[in-house]
Write a protein that binds this ligand. Structure first.
Ligand code: IVH
Length: 683
């Protein structure tokens, strides 16, 4: 294919992808499956790789990131980004209302009410319908242009469809991390021994400043727009601007309302006080804006904020209750997390019994004593947090909390590395929750994907001594598992009952262990559970060192040189490989046949399959269908959808349709397995 031939396809793909992207992210009514969408995107990525000159600045492939920005350019805002004055009470809001009436000389105006989204403000400029820059608020006058990162926000258009927008304009809005994403990231961070992020807003601002836009893309940020500015923007009211933004396919939260009196505004405040907690993102109040631009101009600005708008902030949901005690959890990495055990109390619709205390410093900072009356608040986290103590209610006899010195699970003396807030239990090999946690980490879907092995079974296998670490899983066989009896604690009282593993479960477990030998190297690396090595870091390490030996023998300097690897991670990796028991584990995993080097998809790129056509059908053992298709394409082969006389190969997996097989036989098409394909590539 020549560049000229590729051009129309690139254009058509771009248009299609933008169309479906908008349907999915802004209108919530997709017309095609995620799989079909990914196929379009992958095709475009492939074409752009082959013909870089065809890669447009608004290409939807930028959504997946990959560009690195070392230093963000500082840009002066054309219109300064002011802040809003705040109020926490309806009385103060009434005062604001009186000031507006006084300023205008009448009360014949309407308010446009919106929710106050808790994220990071962003100002995005469009020129001739094309995104040009995306600048953070900074100090209000100058901010950073984070355009490569902003492009990963899927609901933000990169190019507008033809419409009635001016040649140049700015849209402003709030970039946010949906609660769900925030919780997912924190679960991952805790899993790899990293401190959890404080709240979705901090996570958003941290993410937007990252250098690697591929990492930004993986964080699934989103954005709601709430303002339109520009010399050629002539709408008479804010509501018309919002309508225009909706017309041009910007993402507008459908929570706004026009209010014709201050009473109606109060009604809006009450309406959203609890309903906002069900929204996918954090909000901390509402914003009340005088709707007509003419009136906004009359009211004008103070040095810092506008006189025509105000934020009403909800007091964050807080409750007071008694601190009954502190318990200590031991994580997979041995990290100790103190948890406050509270007298159950109702908070924002749910009963709260426990609160996370993070570490010893937090207990000290709060000055906690058992029996204290504490205030609890709900943030973005799943578990609420203690924000303070009601000192007046403190009993004179209470004493400060003494942090534990020994592991609550195995009794080993805890250690605290200098400069770190967290205590650790160093009994890596024998401390039960650590051993259990490592196996649970190892088998999870994102790692070795042996989730048919449930918690109870793992516990049973550990208790019976059949396994001691993840490497031992590969010694298990069907005969051992089938009918295996182990004890389980069946209730809180600790009653013990005996269970035996059914034939079907035993079979499923053995099958999953077998298939895990094919999960890619980066998953295996992640599965090892090296502290601070999450999925993304594992991918980077796999890509850079290509196989386990390269990584085990890497010096600190070599580790630091790898992309995205900082001091903390490098030290942790070094420490991991210095331990003989870990080297031994890796050897056993290697012997078992797990992937300890990059797969052929990464390793092989070339023209071995040039001129050959392939149909993929069925389910494969070692590869996903997309993966297989991409391998074929990367090696010059062509994927076609139906079997015909001109087809070269049918790659057949399990459960493939009988009609394809029949046709292939009829036309004398060669039928090959995934292994045959591999050997073709390896030749
Ligand atoms: S309008 C003159 N509308 O709140 C009005 N701001 O202190 C300028 N914010 O960081 C802002 N939701 O990013 C407006 N619906 C909304 C908003 C909103 C959140 C943020 C804004 C800024 C802060 C204002």
């Amino acid at each position: 294919m020549s560049v000229d031939e590729a051009l129309p396809e690139v254009q058509e793909l771009t248009e299609k992808i933008n169309y479906h992207n908008n349907l999915y992210h802004n209108l919530s009514r997709p017309e095609i499956s995620d799989y079909e969408f990914d196929q379009l995107l992958n095709r475009l990525i492939d074409l752009e790789k082959k013909y870089p000159e065809l890669k447009l600045p608004d290409s939807p492939t930028q959504r997946v990131g990959g560009d690195i920005t070392k230093n963000f350019e500082t840009v002066t805002h054309k219109y300064p980004m002011l802040s809003l004055s705040n109020t926490y009470s309806k009385e103060e809001l009434r005062d604001f209302h009186e000031r507006v009436i006084k300023g205008l000389g009448h009360s014949d105006f309407i308010y446009f009410c919106e929710l106050k989204f808790d994220g990071v403000a962003l100002s995005v400029t469009f020129k001739d319908g094309l995104i040009e820059k995306a600048v953070t608020r900074g100090d209000g006058t100058r901010g950073d242009n984070i355009i490569t990162n902003a492009k990963t926000i899927r609901s933000l258009p990169l190019r507008l469809a033809p419409g009635d927008y001016p040649g140049e304009f700015e849209v402003r809005g709030e970039v946010f991390m949906p609660r769900k994403v925030f919780n997912r990231i924190n679960e991952e961070r805790i899993d790899i021994g990293e401190e959890p992020l404080a709240n979705p807003r901090n996570s958003t601002s941290g993410t937007l400043k990252m250098q690697d836009s591929a990492v930004v893309a993986s964080r699934n940020l989103d954005c709601y727009l709430y303002a339109l500015l520009g010399d050629q923007v002539n709408y008479e009211s804010h509501s018309e601007s919002i309508q225009a933004l909706e017309r041009w396919n910007f993402n507008i939260s459908q929570t706004y309302k026009s209010c014709h009196s201050i009473e109606e505004v109060f009604g809006y405040i009450d309406e959203w006080e609890l309903k906002r907690l069900e929204l996918p993102l954090e909000t901390d109040g509402i914003v009340i804006k005088v709707n007509h631009i003419k009136y906004q101009q009359i009211l004008g600005y103070t040095a810092k904020s506008s006189r025509w708008a105000i934020a009403f902030k909800y007091k964050s949901e807080s409750a007071s209750t008694r601190l009954n005690g502190i318990t200590y959890q031991v994580g997979r990495t041995g990290a100790i997390t103190p948890v406050a055990e509270l007298q159950p109390v109702l908070l924002a619709g749910t009963t709260v019994k426990r609160a996370s205390l993070h570490n010893a410093n937090e207990i000290e900072r709060l000055g906690l004593r058992i029996g204290d009356t504490v205030f609890v608040e709900k943030g973005g986290e799943i578990i609420p947090k203690i924000t303070g103590i009601d000192e007046i209610k403190r009993s004179s006899k209470s004493e400060p909390v003494k942090y534990i010195k020994e592991c609550p699970q195995c009794g080993t003396i805890l250690v605290r590395v200098e400069g770190e807030a967290v205590h650790y239990c160093p009994n890596f090999d024998r401390c039960p929750p650590q051993v259990m946690g490592r196996i649970e980490h190892f088998i999870q879907r994102k790692a070795m994907n042996i989730e048919t092995l449930g918690r109870e079974t793992i516990k049973g296998l550990l208790d019976t001594g059949l396994i001691k670490d993840p490497g031992d899983l590969y010694k298990l066989d069907f005969e051992t598992l089938n009918g295996l009896e182990f004890k389980v604690f069946s209730n809180k009282k600790g009653d013990i009952s005996v269970r035996s593993l059914r034939e079907k479960s035993a079979k499923n477990i053995i099958e999953a262990i077998e298939s895990s030998k094919n999960v890619p190297f980066e998953n295996v690396l992640f599965a090892l559970g090296i502290r601070y090595v999450g999925q993304t870091v594992a991918e980077k390490l796999a890509g850079h060192f290509r196989n386990i030996d390269g990584l085990t023998s890497a010096s600190y300097e070599e580790l630091i040189d790898a992309p995205e690897i900082g001091e903390k991670i490098a030290v942790s990796i070094e420490e991991y490989f210095r331990k003989p028991e870990n080297i031994d584990l890796i050897q056993r995993l290697k012997d078992a046949g797990t992937q300890m080097k990059l797969s052929s998809e990464h390793a092989l790129e070339g023209d071995t399959l040039e001129g050959m056509s392939f149909v993929i059908s069925g389910v494969f053992e070692n590869y996903g269908r997309d993966e297989l298709k991409s391998i074929i394409k990367k090696n010059g082969g062509k994927i076609v959808s139906s079997v015909s006389g001109s087809l070269d190969y049918l790659v057949a997996g399990n459960n493939m349709g009988p009609s394809k097989l029949e046709k292939a036989n009829k036309f004398g098409v060669k039928i090959i397995s995934e292994l045959d394909l591999e050997s073709m590539l390896n030749k």
